[in-house]
Design a protein around this ligand. Structure first.
Ligand code: ADP
Length: 493
């Protein structure tokens, strides 16, 4: 076959695609330069040869059959349709090509024009993209970090197995990220999703309530993914689970606190043991001497003197008990001899003990009681000791600042018995807030600095709480809170 005119010939020669013309039985009639380049044959080598030369098996052997079937049935398998085919170069190398076939006639002879475009490069690109995608998916699938893809509204589109395992399957009620979060964190997240869709990356600690009842804490990261061809916003969402780490840290902190407490108590315990040893003997002696003098005075002696001697003896014994208790509580941190008592009884007893000191420095100790009785449960001797210590500190501070009175209040607050010792002293300097409860901290020339530390231990050993605050006008108030008796008994007085 020859080109009909010059224009056709020029087109045929200059075409970028390979153009091959065959006759009705498959013989090659035209083979343009692009075809020569693509297949590595010169036109002169292939013209007149069967086009099956350019195909690998099995197509090569079957091609003649296709043509005769078409001639007989007119049933086109490829003509006018085009498809992807595998071709063979002169070197034997195979390559994919896109083949479009058209049919023509000259007189009664039919011919077919095939136009081929080399797909090797595109195929290579597709394959490397697919390989890369598979690799990325593999990384994602095996990543130990829970990862999800969200749309612009925070709906979960895709998740990796770690996400399913830690947070729950996206199909079972967890269709949005919000569903996976603790209720109080949702509004914060909605804002973060909004910001992420505008390209502002987000990273913050969140509590994830998983598909089941699991609850995990970790860092949630949100970042906008590069936009797809479809122009829809997608967010990458990752959750770095830090639950174990946080729990371990919390446990460590608690262990450290317990250790600090134990060492604080053991220092106090040792000191208490020392004091007990040194002081118990003279206290016993005081008690014994007082008793001996009382006996010596006999029945006929001065009544007042005998009473005073008996007071000396009982106070010395009480002091002995206090020291024993201090030793056992500081040493073992155990609740001893809890009993039920009414707050005003305790307060009155202690004020009586402190009254002399207070009068001496011109400070009045007044009480403020509610209209009903409040029964607390605790070791009463230990609580006398605590209150006496608070009262002495309050009187001392009030006297030093030229104040006039110390008020001791009893009340019931939040289901607990509360005693407040309110003074008119200088208050607690802010820089001493942390220290005053520490053992051996004192601002007094002759102070020991163990009163508050010990009081706090005693109160806590009795399931109570001791704390302080500065008053608005002047001075400070120290509070002791104790459990009420289980019956919560209350009587009007
Ligand atoms: P000490 O009385 O031997 O110093 P404490 O443990 O009882 O030991 O008190 C520790 C410190 O707390 C005191 O030195 C004082 O600085 C401060 N403090 C305690 N109570 C009061 C109070 N009511 N007003 C002001 N400061 C106080």
């Amino acid at each position: 076959m020859s080109a009909g005119d010059d224009l056709f010939e020029a087109l045929f020669q200059a075409a970028v695609e390979a153009v091959i013309v065959i006759d009705g039985v498959g013989r090659m009639k035209a083979f343009n330069p692009a075809a020569e380049k693509l297949f590595g044959y010169r036109a002169s080598q292939v013209l007149g040869e069967n086009v099956s030369l350019l195909m690998p098996e099995p197509m090569s052997s079957e091609h003649d059959g296709y043509l005769s079937a078409y001639r007989e049935t007119g049933d086109a398998k490829i003509i006018g349709i085009g498809r992807e085919v595998l071709c063979r170069k002169s070197s034997g190398a195979l390559f994919p090509a896109d083949l479009a076939v058209g049919e023509g006639r000259t007189g009664k002879d039919r011919f077919f024009v095939g136009v081929l475009r080399d797909l090797s490069e595109r195929k290579r690109l597709q394959e490397s993209l697919a390989a890369r995608e598979a690799e990325l998916r593999l990384i994602l699938e095996n990543s130990p970090v829970a990862t999800a893809v969200l749309d612009g509204e925070g709906r979960i589109l895709d998740v990796n197995p770690t996400w399913t395992q830690q947070i729950g399957p996206s199909t079972e009620g967890l269709s949005t990220l919000e569903d996976a979060l603790a209720a109080n964190e949702r509004s914060k997240l909605a804002k973060a999703v909004g910001a992420a869709t505008r390209g502002v990356a987000y990273s913050a600690r969140h509590r994830i309530v998983g598909g089941e009842s699991t609850s995990r804490i970790g860092t949630l990261l949100l970042a906008k993914l590069p936009e797809h061809e479809d122009d829809r916003v997608r967010l990458l969402c990752q959750f770095v689970d830090e639950t174990e780490q946080i729990n371990t840290e919390r446990q460590l902190r608690q262990d450290r606190e317990v250790l600090a407490e134990v060492s604080r108590l053991s220092v106090l315990g040792e000191m208490a043991a020392g004091i007990a040893h040194e002081v118990n003997q003279p206290l016993g002696a005081i008690s014994n001497y007082a008793e001996a003098v009382r006996i010596k005075l006999g029945e006929g002696g001065d009544e007042k003197l005998r009473e005073l001697l008996s007071k000396i003896s009982s106070q010395a014994q009480r002091a002995g008990q206090v020291i024993q208790r201090l030793r056992s509580v500081a040493g073992s941190h155990q609740l001893e001899q809890a009993s039920t008592f009414e707050l005003r009884t305790l307060i009155h007893d202690v004020i009586e003990l402190a009254a002399l000191d207070a009068r001496f420095v011109n400070v009045a100790v007044v009480t403020d009681f509610p209209g009903n009785e409040i029964f607390a449960i605790a070791d009463i001797v230990a609580m006398q000791q605590v209150l006496l210590n608070l009262l002495r500190n309050a009187v001392e501070a009030t006297a030093q600042a030229g104040g006039e009175r110390v008020t001791v209040r009893a009340s019931k607050s939040d289901g607990r018995a509360r005693i407040a010792v309110c003074d008119e002293g200088t208050g607690i300097a802010e820089e001493h807030f942390e220290q005053i409860m520490q053992p051996f901290f004192t601002t007094k020339a002759s102070g020991m600095g163990v009163g508050l530390a010990l009081s706090q231990n005693l109160v806590e050993a009795n399931r109570g709480r001791l704390w302080f605050e500065n008053n608005e006008d002047c001075g400070a108030t120290f509070y002791v809170e104790l459990p009420l008796t289980s019956e919560g008994v209350e009587h009007d007085v």
